[in-house]
Design a protein around this ligand. Structure first.
Ligand code: SPV
Ligand code: MG
Length: 294
């Protein structure tokens, strides 16, 4: 099984990280064939009933990550927002997430509390040196060479120039980042492709094409993008599916019509490995006189 480092830092081809926000979505993504997961702050916040504005505490996020890591046996890159504070909060978080099963963390160069990059126009950036301190502290806190530290640049989101984005990328590389995530909210990929051209893969480039979703992967391949994050699509698929089923059950006053459109219970039992429990019972539970298990 490839590690997160293999997928982001070593493969020649773009890798694909699928969003998951709980154990079930993580298991579904693994079963579909994804090799790695993105523990999205937007999706985890939403599934917990929070806004993506650091309303969820870091320990709540870590609890979710641990459940995901137990349900899926593929690496998880955790969206750690801006690190939940200064260098000290960021390093505690990195060490904690590592212990709870994360294979890497991504932090963005914003301030605490952050706001989702697609909401509003006010996205104050962190001071470059201060952010480099956060990166260095996270790196030092997790000496595991397999752990991947992704530095996310929000300069283009905040309206700054390519030069600003590049200057930040060089500084973050110097601070020990393993990869650069360049984020954009444009509906075409021009600014991230321009960044990739100038950056020349000094470190691997990671992208999140939520807004420029029409772009074919061939363009990312040609631009030598290392990893593409499908950042919120399990959560948005769940919203649409749940909305449809709720509306139909109300309208049709029953569940007969929707049965073919919902997952069979067998699929759920398989995803959660009920057969493993049955096998464990035969192994560990004592037999009663009539051959049943107590
Ligand atoms: C997330 O999935 O939480 C992200 C990506 O950080 S975005 O929502 O585009 O900021
Ligand atoms: Mg996020």
């Amino acid at each position: 099984m490839p590690t997160l480092r293999d997928l982001i830092c070593i493969h020649d081809e773009p890798s694909f990280l699928m969003e998951a926000h709980d154990a079930l979505s993580a298991a579904i993504a693994q079963r579909a064939g994804f090799k790695a997961l993105w523990a999205s702050s937007l999706s985890i916040s939403s599934s917990l009933g929070y806004r993506d504005a650091n309303e969820a505490s870091w320990s709540e996020v870590a609890d979710v990550v641990e459940r995901m890591a137990r349900a899926a046996n593929i690496p998880i890159l955790v969206d750690a927002d801006s690190g939940f504070g200064n260098f000290n909060n960021a390093r505690l978080l990195a060490a904690h997430l590592h212990r709870r099963g994360a294979s890497g963390v991504c932090i963005e160069d914003k301030l605490f509390p952050k706001m989702n990059s697609f909401i509003g126009d006010h996205h104050p950036l962190a001071d470059i040196e201060e952010f480099c301190g956060r990166l260095k502290a996270m790196k030092d806190a997790v000496p595991d060479p397999r752990f991947v530290l992704v530095a996310r640049i929000e300069a283009l989101i905040a309206g700054y120039s390519q030069d600003e984005a590049l200057a930040r990328a060089h500084a973050y590389a110097g601070a020990g980042a393993d990869a650069i995530l360049i984020h954009s909210r444009k509906s075409d990929p021009m600014e991230i492709l321009a960044f990739a051209r100038s950056w020349q893969n000094h470190l691997p480039v990671v992208i999140v094409p939520t807004k420029y979703y029409r772009t074919p992967v061939a363009e990312y391949r040609a631009a030598h993008i290392s990893a593409v994050i499908w950042a919120n699509h399990n959560m948005r698929a769940a919203i649409a599916a749940m909305r449809n089923v709720c509306n139909r059950i109300i309208r049709e006053e029953g569940i007969a019509g929707i049965e073919p459109d919902v997952a069979p219970l067998e699929e759920l039992f398989e995803l959660m490995a009920y057969d493993e429990l049955a096998a464990a019972e035969t192994h560990y539970l004592p037999k009663t006189g009539d051959g049943a298990r107590r």
